[in-house]
Design a protein around this ligand. Sequence first.
Ligand code: KG4
Ligand code: ZN
Length: 334
Amino acid sequence: MIVLGIETTCDETAASLVRGGRDILSNVIASSADIHERYGGVFPELACRRHIDAMLPVIEEAIRPVHRSEIDLIAVAKGPGLVGALLIGMQTAKGLSLAWKRPFIGVNHVEAHLYAAMMSAPSSELLAHLFPSLGLVLSGGHTFLVKILSVGRYELLGTTVDDAIGEAFDKVGTLLGLSYPGGPKVEKLAQKGDPSRFAFKAGQVKKNPLDFSFSGLKTSVFYALKDRKLEEEEKACAAAAFQETAFADIAAKTALAMKNFPCHAIFVGGGVSSNLRLRALLTEKFPSLPIFWPPSNLSLDNAAMIAGLGYHKFLESPYSHPLDLEVQTRIPIA
Ligand code: KG4
Ligand code: ZN
């Protein structure tokens, strides 16, 4: 079964063909991050205009490996995301579904980030033996810690009460004078810094010890830098201390969550999962557990994860979504 995935939740216009939920035939991504750079964050209206221009060329390129008639299903990210951006992907998917007489299905973008990590499991059969496991979604808009019972069945264990982890990276990037998106630049700067030069703390949430809070950490970075002209070396130390504190907090909460059930593996998805320091830290902290990360190009927003998850959702209930399916700017993961 070949699925065309479509992704337009934020500032990436993406389309991809995936066979059998795992085999990526194409993965085309057009980002509008260049125009958002000068505003320090995503400018929704400009993202939408880029989606309109990019949508059809991106799909044309993505479907090139096959004949149109070989595409069995169209999967689209129905949310969460920016409403205007979501509508463009959704309307395109519905239009293609009507024109090509193929079923269409809407999937949850956050769940798809987790599925991207599952695509790294050696086979679907092996994947089934890795549950229950822990899932971490670490992206620009979302921070979730979940228990995974199977593809599509999750129990929410923790989420952020304020900033998402990627958002905190981007805001700290701005404080350090780095352009949007700051995450990868903070990582690069942190490589040259000594994290012990600043004593930062991540927030603890009384109501649920598995919840996250990064806004206090971000404010600590703000006060450490305030009214001072920092040398490049000091900036690197602040970046390293921020990154180390945030990741140590994620690792500690992952360890705590694991105490409550027999956990067979960890799956980490979302843009922040491409951070090499995070990968090293979790590998060091959980040496006896297999940890799965998205294949290359599938950490950040992409449509292969949408097509892959769409395949599973369709097998589970082989009904096309009706053409009045609406986009959802917010959807809980569980
Ligand atoms: O998953 P994603 O593409 O979009 C959302 O669904 O939100 O994640 C983008 C986020 C941005 O905040 C970006 O700064 C962050 O992921 N990011 C990183 C790294 N690469 C991307 N954060 C830390 N280290 C990185 N290497
Ligand atoms: Zn995303």
